[in-house]
Design a protein around this ligand. Structure first.
Ligand code: SF4
Length: 314
C-alpha cells in the first residue's frame, strides 16, 4: 500500500480545511467514489446478475448423495477409489516437498479452465467450461467416514498433508474431525479459492493456506470469486500464501489492483502460469518472470505437470 502524506496544515476542528489555506470558501465538489476497475466488463465477460441471466446455474454439485455415517465427499482417481496419494507438492510456497494429498469433491466456483472439473462439473451442471466435459457423479465422487480418510492418509507415511479440491473449505466441520484423528505432528496445508471462511475448529489445525483468488479470465462473476472480507482476512494472516493463475500478461494488472485493494504483502503473492502442458507453462513462465521481477512478486512453476502430465492422483 502507498504511504499517506502527513497533513502539515494547522489543525482546527471547527473550520473546514480549505478555510485555513486562504483559498475560496466555496464548498468543493465531492468527487465520485473510487471504484475498482471492472476487468470482467473490459474483457466483454458478463458479471454478476448478467452472468446468471446468460448461464442459469444448475448446482448439481451441491447435492451429494450421503449416508448417515459418511461425512467427507472426495474426488476419485478411478471409480470407487478416493484421490488420496503421496507426491511432491508441485506449486507455491511448498513446491518440491514430499506430502500426502487428499482431494475433496465439490466447488462453489466454476473456472472455465479448471483442471479438476471432475470435482464439480457433473452431468446436468451447466456452468461453462472450455472443454464442455460432463462427469458422471458416481464414478467421480464418493463419500467416506472421517476415520477411514484419516487412516488412508496416515498409511502414506508423510508428515505433511495438502488438502485440495474442489473447494475444501465447503467441508470445514468434517475436515476438522478428520484432522483430529491423524497422527500427531502432521503439518496441514489447505488449498482454497479464498471465498469461504475456514470453520473455527479447522482453522486452529491449519499451518498454511494456499489461497488462489480467481481473476476475470476464470469466467466467474466477481461477486462470487472475490469476497473482500475474505481476501482481507487472508491477507492479514501470515499463514496465507496467495497464488494467482495467469493466462495473459494483462492478468498481472488485475493482481496488482487486488494487492493494493486488500493490502496483500507482495512476498506472499505467487504468479503461476495457467496451463496443463509443459509447452504452455514454459512459454508463459518466460514472459511472467520479468513481470514478477518488476513488481516484486514471486513466481511458481507447476512441477507436477512436467513430471506427470495432467493426470489424477499425482
Ligand atoms: S476454484 Fe479451483 S476447483 Fe473450483 S472451479 Fe476454480 S479451479 Fe476448479
Amino acid at each position: 500500500m502507498g504511504r499517506t502524506r502527513r497533513d502539515t496544515r494547522p489543525k482546527n476542528r471547527f473550520l473546514p480545511a480549505h478555510s485555513l489555506t486562504g483559498q475560496s470558501h466555496e464548498p468543493r465538489p465531492v468527487p465520485p467514489p473510487r471504484r475498482a476497475p471492472d476487468f470482467r466488463a473490459e474483457r466483454g465477460l458478463p458479471s454478476g446478475p448478467e452472468h446468471f441471466r446468460q448461464n442459469p446455474v444448475n448446482f448439481v454439485n451441491f447435492a451429494p448423495k450421503r449416508d448417515a455415517r459418511a461425512v467427507l465427499t472426495l474426488a476419485t482417481t478411478t471409480p470407487g477409489e478416493p484421490e488420496i496419494f503421496a507426491s511432491l507438492q508441485g506449486e507455491g510456497a511448498s513446491l518440491g516437498r514430499p506430502v500426502a494429498f487428499v482431494r475433496l469433491s465439490r466447488c462453489n466456483l466454476a473456472c472455465q479452465w479448471c483442471d479438476t472439473a471432475y470435482t464439480w462439473r457433473f452431468t446436468g451442471d451447466n456452468r461453462p467450461h472450455r472443454d464442455d466435459l460432463a462427469f458422471e457423479r458416481t464414478a467421480n465422487q464418493l463419500t467416506l467416514e472421517e476415520a477411514e480418510v484419516a487412516a488412508r492418509i496416515a498409511a502414506l507415511g508423510q508428515d505433511r498433508l495438502v488438502i485440495t479440491g474442489g473447494e475444501p473449505l465447503l467441508q470445514g466441520a468434517a475436515l476438522a474431525k478428520m484432522l483430529a484423528l491423524l497422527p500427531e505432528g502432521m503439518t496441514v496445508e489447505i488449498e482454497t479459492n479464498g471465498t469461504v471462511a475456514p470453520h473455527p475448529a479447522l482453522d486452529s489445525q491449519v499451518a498454511q493456506y494456499n489461497v488462489s483468488p480467481k481473476l476475470a479470465h476464470s469466467g466467474n462473476p466477481a461477486e462470487l470469486a472475490l469476497v473482500p472480507e475474505r481476501l482481507a482476512a487472508f491477507a492479514a494472516d501470515p499463514r496465507a500464501w496467495f497464488k494467482f493463475v495467469i493466462a495473459r500478461p494483462e492478468d498481472v494488472t488485475e493482481v496488482l489492483a487486488l494487492q493494493q485493494a486488500h493490502a496483500i504483502p507482495g512476498l506472499r503473492i505467487f504468479l503461476m502460469p495457467e496451463g496443463t502442458s509443459s509447452t504452455v507453462i514454459n512459454e508463459r513462465l518466460r514472459w511472467l518472470a520479468p513481470l514478477a521481477l518488476e513488481h516484486g512478486l514471486r513466481l511458481t512453476d507447476r512441477m507436477h505437470i512436467h513430471l506427470y502430465g495432467d493426470t489424477r492422483g499425482t
